[in-house]
Every structure is written in structure tokens, then in C-alpha cells.
Design a protein around this ligand. Structure first.
Ligand code: NAP
Length: 288
């Protein structure tokens, strides 16, 4: 069997077109959604990610602001920047790019972001709302995974889904989303201490790999016909990007699979735009 490829790039392009249309409509009503990205220091990867988000939000017709702070920025000064953005009515979404330099603690920064503007969904309030089944924003990568499953026509209701990875960025929020009423999956979260990961993956209708370990998920770990979503991004020795899934071999077994690149990655930025649009509507949109 050869798996169907779930094309994240094409889905992202279509979704961004739809978002741009909705942004244009909202802008015509006097509300231009605004996204601010704060970056501290000169980590090259962070600069690339923030640059991508900036380009994508401008292309969607949003107001995009980059706040670039020097590496030696203090915790107090970073908090002041976030508070200014909280108070700025033109800004609907705030994200603070991680990792921060070692002397800065990201937790109080995330807690300071106004929940109404928390488009990265890393504030514990936002994560807690999702955990109690009353979500505000979905964090962008799990949201993208959800859209990819919908695109592939995979129903989550009653499905057994194994997520490999328990981070607050991907694994945990994704499990909380998939177990919401209406999504109704039966979720197993695996991690580095999981016994017999292969067996835990083999019993799943959907495997989501989010561990950051190249080739962690091999063909013998996937049930024939299962759907495989690869969140992992790993740099190869050749400088290319590879996922957590042994793609060629797994594609012979799976029913559907996302590639890396061209799967989850393009959807992450797209769903950040979606969140910013939703935030703008909720904060400033016309009331019907
Ligand atoms: P993370 O915080 O490092 O978490 C990795 C998780 O994987 C941890 O829970 C860890 O277990 C688990 N793990 C590591 N090795 C394992 C193994 N051998 N067996 C089973 N579980 C294992 O990483 P993250 O931020 O969630 O990101 C995960 C991957 O997704 C990375 O490659 C990252 O670059 C990628 N990512 C991609 C996008 C995108 O847009 N494409 C967005 C976000 C992240 P423990 O908890 O026990 O340590």
C-alpha cells in the first residue's frame, strides 16, 4: 500500500486565501487585525520564524509589527514591552518568540500576555481554558494538525490517536483538543519514558509524531492504513529538513501521511493568522 500524501502546503495556501478575504472584509469595517512578534537577541532560527510570520501576516492584509530587542534586555524591560502591546488597541495578537536568552524566564512573560491577545496560546490561562473544555485559542501547531486531519477526511470521533511528545507547545494541547466534546478521540500521550512505544503506536488509528527525533517512527510501528502526522522538524547533515517519521518506509504502510517539509509547518503559521483574525473579531469586530 502506498499512502495518500496530505498536502499541507496546498491546504495552507487555500486557508490563507480565505483568511485574507476575511481580513479584507473586517478591514473594510474599520478593523485591521494586528499581530506583534517580540524577539529578543539574534538567534538565527528565531529570526527566520519571525520573518515568516511577518511576511505571512502582511500578505494576509494584517498589520504586522516586529519588536526586536537586544540580547541583554532585562526581564523587567521585556515585561514592559508586553504590557505596552497589551495596552495597544491596534494589536490583537502578541507572540514572544522562543527560546529567549538564558537569563530570561519565559513563564512570567507568557503569563503577562493578555488572554484576549494570546494567539500562541501559551498563557496558562489559555491552556487551562482548553484543559477544562472551554477553549479560547488553540495553539497554532495543534490547530494545524486538526485542520490536516479534517483535510484528509479523517474523523477523530472514536478514533484511537497516539501522540508522541508531551510538550506544552504541541503534545499536551493537541491531546486536549482531540478529546474535546465534538472531537471525541481516545488519546494516548507517549513520551521518552513510554514502555514499548512501537506497540503504543501500532494500536492507533492516527499517529502524531512530535518528539524532535529523526526516524523515531518506523514502518513496524504503524498499523496498515493508519494516518500519520509528522510534526517533527530535524536538520539533517545535508542541511535539509526531516521529520520524526521514516517517511519512505512508513508511506508503504500508512493510509495517509504528511511530508516534511510541506505538511504541518505551513499550517502552523497559517493557524497563527487564523487566531489573530479571531482575536481581532472578538476584541473589535462589528457586533451583529
Ligand atoms: P520538546 O519540547 O523537545 O518535546 C519533545 C517531546 O518528545 C517530549 O515530551 C519528549 O519526552 C518526547 N520524546 C523525545 N524523545 C523521545 C523518544 N525517543 N521517544 C518518545 N518520546 C520522545 O519538543 P516540541 O517543542 O514539542 O517539538 C517537537 C518537534 O516538533 C520538534 O522537532 C520541533 O522542531 C517540531 N515542531 C514543529 C513545528 C512546526 O510548525 N512544524 C512546530 C512546533 C514544533 P519527555 O517529555 O519524556 O522528554
Amino acid at each position: 500500500m502506498t499512502a495518500r500524501i496530505i498536502d499541507g502546503k496546498a491546504l495552507a495556501a487555500r486557508t490563507r486565501e480565505r483568511i485574507a478575504q476575511e481580513v479584507a472584509e473586517l478591514s473594510a469595517a474599520g478593523v485591521v487585525p494586528g499581530l506583534a512578534a517580540v524577539i529578543v537577541g539574534d538567534d538565527p532560527a528565531s529570526k527566520v520564524y519571525v520573518g515568516m510570520k511577518h511576511k505571512a501576516s502582511e500578505a494576509a492584509g494584517m498589520h504586522s509589527r516586529q519588536v526586536i530587542l537586544p540580547t541583554d534586555t532585562s526581564q523587567v524591560d521585556l515585561h514592559a514591552v508586553v504590557e505596552d502591546l497589551n495596552a495597544d488597541d491596534a494589536i490583537d495578537g502578541i507572540l514572544v518568540q522562543l527560546p529567549l536568552p538564558d537569563h530570561l524566564d519565559p513563564k512570567p512573560v507568557q503569563e503577562l500576555i493578555d488572554p484576549a491577545k494570546d494567539v500562541d496560546a501559551l498563557n496558562p490561562y489559555t491552556a487551562g481554558r482548553l484543559a477544562v473544555g472551554d477553549p479560547t485559542f488553540f495553539s497554532a501547531t495543534p490547530y494545524g494538525v486538526l485542520m490536516l486531519l479534517d483535510e484528509a477526511g479523517v474523523s477523530t470521533a472514536g478514533a484511537r490517536i497516539t501522540i508522541v511528545g508531551r510538550s506544552n507547545l504541541v503534545g499536551r494541547p493537541l491531546a486536549n483538543i482531540l478529546t474535546l466534546k465534538g472531537r471525541d478521540a481516545t488519546v494516548t500521550i507517549a513520551h521518552s519514558r513510554t514502555k514499548d512505544l512501537a506497540a503504543v503506536c501500532r494500536e492507533a488509528d492516527v499517529v502524531v509524531a512530535a518528539a524532535g527525533r529523526r526516524n523515531l517512527v518506523t514502518a513496524d510501528m504503524v498499523r496498515p492504513g493508519a494516518t500519520v502526522i509528522d510534526v517533527g522538524t530535524n536538520r539533517t547533515e545535508e542541511g535539509t529538513l526531516a521529520g520524526d517519521v521514516d517517511f519512505d518506509a512508513v508511506a508503504e504502510v500508512a493510509g495517509a501521511i504528511t511530508p516534511v517539509p510541506g505538511g504541518v509547518g505551513p499550517m502552523t503559521v497559517t493557524m497563527l493568522l487564523q487566531n489573530t483574525l479571531e482575536a481581532a473579531r472578538a476584541r473589535r469586530g462589528p457586533t451583529e
